[in-house]
Design a protein around this ligand. Structure first.
Ligand SMILES: [Zn+2]
Length: 339
């Protein structure tokens, strides 16, 4: 089916008490591994492309492939920009038909994060694209392979989160409550009380970045308190490397594509493990029963499926002139912050 918006997927997740995995696409093999896992487990899935990973894949090549793969998959799939920090990345993803984006202004002073995020939400919503933002700072840099520990002084403030969501209109909020990107130094300790307060105050689906390496029980508790999207990358990457490492020392192994297949299998198994923990397995499709709206999936309860929402990316229908006007509006908004 065609790509769906992230908000559609997350609304279902919140209503039914599970979380949806957001897995980073860094190559064709990772795309295939993730989609095979989600399809096999009949789970909705969010395919993320991080701005720091643009160096690995040419967006203009991979996005048509992702759209084709999503069209063939019998599950709802959202295409999401992960940690978009530059206006160029955000606009490029609009143009290519992403159905969701994260604008990461967490490094900016608070008022500037509010103003920039609100501008991007305004433009994104005008074309049906969902927006996630970050408040506080999740530890460890996106794409890092260093071990880090969470800095409590950078945790999300629950009261500020309420103000932030109200003023920006974001669809989902990434929170800093003890998770880190990359590997953990020591044992991860999530601040559940803080998480609960943020969820209660903001009322939007919350996002946990750095989902690799957190014990399953802690993940399940975080989901019960309001986490609806969980980002996973490090464990997938480590599993892919591990599978290659096990074979590559053999001098008889000279087949590059066979190494890629091993990596893909490692990614697939990691994604399947995560989907099982997140509780999103089997929410999408009852075997042999298909939804009237989308023709491909149905919720076990017989509800309308997430994918039956109308196609949300209207940008493809806009002219270059209209897009240019939107860009100019965002640029004006950002420049006005300097006055
Ligand atoms: Zn992240």
């Amino acid at each position: 089916m065609a790509l769906v918006s992230m908000q559609t997927i997350l609304n279902e997740a919140v209503a039914k008490g599970y979380a949806v995995g957001s897995f980073n696409v860094v190559s064709l093999d990772s795309l295939q591994g993730i989609l095979e896992a989600a399809t096999q487990l009949r789970s909705p899935v969010i395919l993320s492309v991080a701005e720091v990973h643009f160096k690995y894949i040419d967006l203009e090549y991979i996005v048509p492939v992702i759209k084709q793969a999503a069209a063939q998959a019998p599950i709802p799939v959202a295409l999401h920009l992960d940690h978009g920090v530059s206006l160029e990345a955000v606009m490029r993803c609009f143009r290519l038909g992403f159905t969701s984006l994260m604008f990461d202004g967490s490094n900016l002073p608070y008022e500037e994060n509010v103003a920039r995020t609100a501008e991007i939400v305004r433009v994104a919503h005008s074309v049906g694209v969902s927006v996630e933002a970050e408040l506080g700072q999740v530890g460890g840099g996106e794409g890092t392979s260093e071990a880090s520990e969470a800095d409590r002084s950078l945790f999300t403030d629950p009261e500020q989160a309420v103000d932030f969501v109200r003023r920006t209109g974001v669809d989902a909020l990434a929170v800093a409550v003890g998770s880190v990107h990359g590997l953990y130094k020591g044992k991860p300790q999530l601040d559940f009380e803080r998480l609960e307060a943020i969820a209660r105050g903001t009322g939007v689906p919350l996002v946990l970045h750095g989902g690799s390496g957190i014990p399953d029980e802690d993940i399940k508790r975080a989901i019960s308190l309001g986490i609806a999207k969980i980002n996973v990358y490090t464990e997938m990457s480590m599993q892919a490397v591990q599978r290659i490492r096990e074979k590559v020392a053999d001098p008889k192994m000279i087949s590059f594509p066979d190494l890629l297949l091993l990596a893909r299998q490692g990614i697939k198994e990691t994604v399947m493990d995560k989907i099982s923990v997140f509780g999103s397995a089997n929410v999408c499709q009852a075997p042999g029963v298909f939804c009237d709206s989308c023709g491909a999936c149905v919720m076990p309860s017989g509800d309308t499926c997430a994918a039956s929402a109308p196609s949300t990316n209207g940008l493809a229908a806009l002219s270059d002139e209209e897009i240019a006007r939107m860009v100019a509006s965002v640029v004006r908004g950002i420049l006005s912050l300097r006055d």
